[in-house]
Design a protein around this ligand. Structure first.
Ligand SMILES: [Zn+2]
Length: 272
């Protein structure tokens, strides 16, 4: 039995409350009629040509993307721009689009929590707790068995879906690691957070030269974590399965699928 989009939106707001989103964010319904009937849902990290095609080819009625297609002000959705083209295609095909972004990062089963869970971290707490101390950005926890930085990076490479850029590490291969801080997606804003500085390693994505270099130099002076930089897409893709399971539990009659399409923008890397 299908559901009505408005009912699914109510579930989305229960699982990933919009009030938990960062002030700059734009989660929620991007396009779609709340009265529309929903039978099939596809989860993806990004609403891009590949995942929109996949949703429409699969006759999905709703695409739930982690990243908002529309984040900043727009003055046109003309179809000679890719966002306009995607929106027009979704609307003509009767497929709604919802973004669940930072509101899905902060919850107990959010992007960072799922990654932490896959690494087997214990005593999890947010790096930046919110009003509800169980919720917030990033996670810090303890490995059940201490390991080395190299082994942890190899474990990450096994857990994450393959990408061209793989797993990059700043620190010694044999460095001892037990306390792990992590933030799915771009987490350089947390580099100087006390919980990150107190960890043995900080795992995040999109680390650029200057933030990474400055963090490592400061670690030489005042202590600080090794760094592991992974694919932004890969670090958040793991969340999709958990999100889909929560959606199935709420709406057992819906057909809920997860896109396996790699929407990481990098296609290959030449190793020197
Ligand atoms: Zn992201």
């Amino acid at each position: 039995m299908p559901a009505v989009l408005a009912e699914v939106l109510t579930t989305i707001d229960r699982l990933w409350p919009l009030e938990g989103a960062e002030s700059w964010d734009a989660p929620g319904l991007v396009t779609g009629d709340p009265d529309a009937t929903i039978a099939r849902v596809l989860f993806a990290v990004d609403a891009v040509r590949g995942t929109v095609d996949e949703a429409i080819d699969a006759r999905a009625d709703l695409l739930i993307a982690h990243h908002p297609l529309l984040l900043r002000g727009v003055t046109t959705i003309a179809e000679d721009r890719y966002k306009g083209a995607l929106l027009a295609r979704l609307i003509r095909s009767g497929c709604a689009l919802v973004a669940a972004h930072t509101n899905a990062d902060v919850v107990e089963r959010g992007t960072s929590a799922v990654l932490a869970d896959r690494l087997g971290l214990l005593d999890l707490r947010p790096i930046v707790p919110g009003a509800d101390p169980a919720r917030g950005l990033g996670r810090v926890g303890r490995l059940a068995e201490p390991t080395t930085l190299g082994r942890l990076a190899r474990l990450l490479a096994e857990i994450l879906p393959p990408t061209a850029t793989g797993v990059r590490v700043a620190g010694g291969y044999d460095d001892h690691v037990e306390i792990v801080a992590l933030c799915g997606g771009a987490g350089d804003s947390l580099l100087s957070d006390p919980a990150v500085l107190a960890a043995d390693v900080y795992i995040t994505a999109d680390l650029r030269h200057h933030p990474a270099s400055e963090a490592r130099e400061q670690a030489l002076v005042g202590g600080g974590p090794a760094l592991i930089d992974v694919s932004h897409w890969a670090s958040e893709w793991l969340w999709l399965d958990a999100a889909a399971a929560e959606m199935r539990a709420a709406h057992p009659t819906l057909d809920v699928q997860v896109s396996e399409l790699r929407t990481d923008p990098w296609d290959f890397q030449v190793v020197q």
